[in-house]
Design a protein around this ligand. Structure first.
Ligand SMILES: [Zn+2]
Length: 249
């Protein structure tokens, strides 16, 4: 009997279920007068969006929890809730709203910019959480994930930078929290094959992208849907359908 010819094993460990759950991407929850990049959602709108999920029998969860549920096939009805950059005032609004429905969420922080501002974006510089703030978010029950050290776009970058931004930011946060950090979010959603490999090699259980082509989608390239101030219940429902079309295999 001839053995089967060698075939590269499918990246089963990285594969998403047939219908991957929706993951929402937020940045800041605050009432902001000037927001040219549309990164903020008012506390009132955010609260309504969480209420909408709850009303539809959906549960908002941290992506670490979502990935564990996907692995055991128990992700039905779960929606990932994420916050990129780690704005200093997240602690004021997010834990209270999330707790109201027994939801959880993930905050992706930039480990080399703690206590600084988001000067990588144009517009008003907004304060980022400092080291103590990261600990407070974790103590409030939120999952802390990494968003690089310096918020650089990873696609096409050199191997040393890739390693510092992926492995380095994980090491920084694990030292700060004295706890494992299992999630990464690509700054600007920027990734390529090498960036995804670096995220895997750095030991992350998952990586959050923004847009990911169907062929790229996987646990290290989880597509996310932007959620913002304009997202009424109707628009959220429409986005949920759009997401399904984008991910269903
Ligand atoms: Zn970011």
């Amino acid at each position: 009997m001839t053995p089967y010819p060698h075939r590269p094993a499918p990246a089963a460990a990285d594969a998403l279920p047939r219908r991957a759950p929706l993951v929402l991407m937020y940045h800041r929850v605050a009432s902001v007068a000037f927001d040219p990049n549309r990164l903020a959602v008012t506390p009132r709108r955010f609260s309504r969006q969480m209420a909408w999920l709850h009303r539809w029998g959906l549960r908002g969860v941290a992506v670490g929890e979502l990935v564990a549920a996907m692995r055991s096939g128990e992700h039905r009805g779960l929606v990932g809730i994420t916050f990129d950059d780690g704005y200093a005032d997240l602690i004021e609004h997010v834990p209270a709203v999330v707790d109201r429905y027994r939801f959880t969420a993930t905050v992706f922080v930039v480990s080399g910019r703690l206590g600084g501002v988001n000067d990588w974006d144009r517009g008003t510089p907004w304060p980022l959480v400092d080291a103590d703030g990261v600990r407070r978010l974790a103590e409030a029950g939120l999952e802390i994930g990494a968003h690089g050290r310096q918020h650089v776009a990873l696609a096409g970058t050199e191997p040393e930078v890739l390693r510092a931004e992926t492995y380095g930011s994980r090491a920084d946060l694990e030292a700060l929290l004295a706890a494992p950090v299992s999630g990464f979010a690509y700054p600007y959603g920027s990734m390529d094959v090498a960036a995804r490999a670096a995220v895997r090699a750095a030991g992350y259980a998952y990586g959050c992208a923004v847009f990911a082509k169907r062929a790229e989608q996987g646990l290290v390239a989880l597509p996310r849907m932007y959620a913002g101030e304009r997202d009424t219940a109707f628009r959220l429902a429409a986005k949920r359908l759009l997401h399904r079309r984008h991910v269903t295999r």
